[in-house]
Design a protein around this ligand. Structure first.
Ligand code: FES
Ligand SMILES: [Fe+2]
Length: 410
């Protein structure tokens, strides 16, 4: 199997790492080839904290939610004590998927093949008739050895993350720069108001290549209409700082931005803010490799991006509001707040909101990435520091995996 150097070449990798004005972006093959996607599935996603679902998917004890991340089947469970846990969704008898679809209020998990039965803590409870008798008491199987295999799991602001790498830093450590950015907001108190899933025809990396505001006025017609809102036209300095810190990328709107005058939808109850914090307008955080969370004054919008293939990505989107804003008397205003993201028709192809506008643009990029002239990609030093940082992060993460695999084979 190819390494990053085999697929991209050493020259291409060093071009991504040059000072931004001289740097060149990842070439088309990184977006279109099955080989590079397989490398990411093997070396990048399994070593990153990957979001897989929202806490509402496992709202009650006994709720079970099967997911696939990095090609690996996992089940997320709410245990009796309320804790959220994750396990490999693979029966320990002869490896069958145990939980096939989302389930509610289970007392235990039972494999559909020969009915091996597991507790909500993953422990193996029953192996009926394994030795021909109902309780299989004489089977000689040590049940403590054959529970479901646990996966590292964590929750941050309503999002459930897993990590397949036992050696990865803890989730709390990874999300710290994002947590600091969102610190003024009491996000725990919010409630889920809307969900929607869209698949689109673009490589997952184009989502994070898009963590810049240079495209705003051209892509987000009807939402971001004035260049003077994006950049101080006298100095050429954008009002949004691009900040990359470990696995987190921020688009941090500075208080001198004209956007601070934008009240959003003031009749809708706002996200509660913590006492004594700075006035807050909006935040946009990306947690690599597959999570984004943006906020406005009235709502918090996390998105889970699931890479499905080199050229297809699923966006599982959620909108959270202050609990008072869930009152039916605000139904219409909440709908109006969704217009900004999904457009008035809610149809992807109408490109009426931020999400469809971005995803359609990513599809155009994906199509272009198949061209032979797509290998020389430039970055604007003024706007696109995050894009370069993200691409350097991709190479670094893959190379560190490559090295670890190589050392393990020595
Ligand atoms: S494979 Fe699960 S019980 Fe046999
Ligand atoms: Fe955008």
């Amino acid at each position: 199997m190819g390494s990053a150097i085999d697929i991209l070449g050493a020259e291409t990798i060093s071009a991504v790492r040059r000072p931004i004005a001289q740097a060149r972006g990842l070439p088309g093959v990184a977006y279109t080839s099955r080989e590079f996607f397989d490398l990411e599935q093997r070396e990048l996603f399994p070593k990153s904290w990957m979001s897989v679902c929202f806490v509402e998917d496992v709202a009650e004890p006994g709720d079970a939610f099967p997911v696939v991340t990095a090609g690996v089947p996992i089940v997320v469970l709410r245990a009796e004590n309320g804790e959220i846990r994750a396990f490999h969704n693979v029966c320990r008898h002869r490896a069958t998927i145990v939980v096939q679809r989302p389930e509610k209020r289970l007392r235990h998990l039972q494999c559909p093949y020969h009915a091996w039965t597991y507790g909500l803590d993953g422990s193996l409870k029953a192996i009926p008739y394994f030795d021909g008798t109902p309780d299989a008491a004489g089977s000689g199987i040590d049940r403590d050895q054959y529970g479901l295999v646990p996966v590292r799991c964590g929750v941050w602001n309503h999002i459930v993350f897993v990590n397949l790498d036992a050696g990865a830093p803890p989730l709390e450590h990874i999300v710290q720069p994002a947590a600091a950015e969102l610190a003024p907001l009491a996000l725990d108190d919010l409630r889920l108001g809307h969900r929607l899933t869209w698949d689109f025809d673009a490589n997952w990396k184009l989502v994070f290549d898009n963590w810049e505001v240079y495209h705003h006025v051209w892509v987000h017609e009807g939402v971001f209409d004035r260049m003077s809102d994006e950049v101080d036209l006298r100095t050429g300095r954008p009002y949004t700082d691009s900040i990359a810190n470990g696995d987190v990328m921020l688009l941090h709107v500075r208080p001198d931005s004209p956007r601070f005058a934008d009240p959003g939808i003031p009749e809708l109850p706002p996200i509660p803010q913590r006492n004594g914090t700075q006035p807050f307008l909006a935040a946009a955080v990306a947690i690599l490799a597959n999570t984004t969370a943006t906020t406005t004054l009235q709502s918090y919008q996390p998105v889970i991006y699931t890479p499905l293939s080199p050229s297809r990505t699923r966006a599982t989107m959620a909108w959270y509001y202050a609990s008072e804003a869930l009152d039916p008397k605000y139904d219409e205003l909440r709908e109006r707040s969704l217009d900004r993201w999904l457009g008035p028709t809610r149809k992807f192809e109408d490109r009426g909101g931020i999400r469809s506008q971005d995803f359609v643009c990513m599809q155009l990029q994906q199509e272009a990435r198949g061209s032979g002239v797509a290998d020389e990609v430039l970055f604007s030093p003024t706007w696109e520091a995050n894009v370069q940082s993200f691409q350097k992060w991709v190479i670094e993460r893959i190379e560190s995996g490559d090295n670890r695999s190589r050392n393990a084979n020595l």
